[in-house]
Design a protein around this ligand. Structure first.
Ligand code: SAH
Ligand code: SF4
Length: 360
């Protein structure tokens, strides 16, 4: 077995090196985290960029086996935020110095939805005098729709591949034309070629997932040359088909550690991309989001959705922060960052350095 230090010293790592890193524990894991922290300090610094998260709608036309707002979950009360609510949240973000928004939604493909997002982009740009940046995460759409949104000023898009292994993808989604791995990949390619800063990610600790799958995910991200990543632990939801496999999962503690290791390794592999510290980590441990920042992440997404809708945007159970006001949430983040010697970037877009470098 190769020692962790010698793997960490290599300039190119193999899939089996990655598997070894993903399996490391105790002192070895701390070495991995320390190396990732050093890389981040050197390439990114201690500034953390913010994305004010707005959960636009929990209506979804898809039936992903893991997700609490899947179409077939009849227990969910569906909502669609009004444009007024969205712009109010955007105004709040702007007033608080949150430089950028992330607008996320269940997947809806319709003219109504395309126009709704277009109108929101225009509205956000107008109320902020073009100052607020916009990341979208609204699933698979046509190239024309993506282009329309890009031309209006959305500049980043997050579409998780969920798993780079098509076989695993097919186990966690219905096998139909609406849930097609190749189509998702094509969407990522469209986004990239249209000029979006393109982000992807995976769930970590899924049933049926192996260390090899996760190592493959990291290599996929490197190979695709992503600009941003949002990934976090898979968490159960009782109203989903994958809940049947809950007794086969890694413990929450192990999923938490594995997620941190994924973030740390990705930081070492892709030194200047944006990596988000996701809410799902915080769902396992209150300090989870700060820990992710310490081991390589540089983006936080405070939830600024109106309180009335937050509980209904329930992708997994025990989602944290559903009762916090946006002000409380921000204050908590700022204090947390201070305690780990990081600072919030105020009024900055916090674009992916990796993307900006490619454009030069
Ligand atoms: N509908 C869009 C965006 C919203 S869902 C899309 O699917 O791309 C955003 C992400 O939530 C998904 O990509 C998925 O990775 C994650 N997610 C869904 N259910 C989850 C669960 N049970 N545990 C952890 N993450 C989950
Ligand atoms: Fe819909 Fe996204 Fe959930 Fe799939 S993961 S059911 S596309 S919201």
């Amino acid at each position: 077995m190769t020692s962790i230090t010698s793997i960490l010293d290599k300039s190119t790592v193999t899939k089996s090196d990655l598997i070894e890193l993903l399996k490391c524990e105790g002192a070895d894991m701390e070495l991995l985290f320390a190396k990732a922290a050093k890389v981040k300090q050197e390439f990114i610094g201690n500034g953390v960029a913010l994305r004010g998260l707005i959960e636009l709608s929990n209506s979804c036309s898809k039936d992903c086996y893991y997700c609490g707002i899947r179409k077939s979950n009849n227990e969910t009360k569906r909502y669609f935020l009004s444009e007024e609510d969205v712009l109010e949240a955007a105004q709040f973000a702007h007033n608080q110095g949150i430089g950028s928004l992330a607008i996320q939604s269940g997947e809806i493909c319709s003219d109504f939805f395309t126009e709704k997002i277009s109108s929101i982009i225009k509205g956000v740009k107008k109320i902020s005098n073009n100052q607020l940046g916009i990341t979208l995460s609204c699933g698979e759409q046509s190239r024309e729709t993506y282009k329309q949104w890009f031309d209006l000023g959305a500049h980043r898009y997050l579409l998780r591949i969920e798993s780079s292994n098509a076989e695993l993808y097919n186990k966690i989604h219905p096998m139909d034309e609406n849930h097609n791995h190749q189509h998702r990949l094509n969407c990522l390619k469209d986004l990239k070629s249209l000029g979006f800063q393109t982000g992807t990610g995976v769930m970590i600790g899924l049933p049926f997932q192996t260390y090899e799958d996760l190592a493959g995910d990291l290599l996929f991200m490197k190979e695709f040359d992503i600009d941003m990543c949002g990934m976090g632990p898979y968490l159960e939801h009782s109203e989903t088909p994958l809940y049947d496999y809950r007794n086969h999962l890694l413990s929450l503690e192990k999923r938490y550690e594995l997620s941190l290791k994924m973030i740390a390794i990705l930081r070492i592999l892709m030194k200047d991309i944006n990596i988000a510290s996701t809410t799902a980590l915080q769902a396992i441990k209150p300090e989870g989001r700060m820990k992710a920042i310490e081991v390589g992440a540089n983006i936080l997404m405070p939830n600024i959705s109106p309180g009335k809708s937050r509980e209904d945007y329930s992708l997994y159970m025990n989602k944290p922060g559903t009762k916090d006001t946006p002000e409380d949430g921000l204050l908590k983040l700022s204090k947390g960052l201070e305690s780990i010697n990081h600072r919030m970037l105020i009024n900055e877009w916090g674009d992916s350095k990796h993307f900006l470098k490619k454009k030069q």
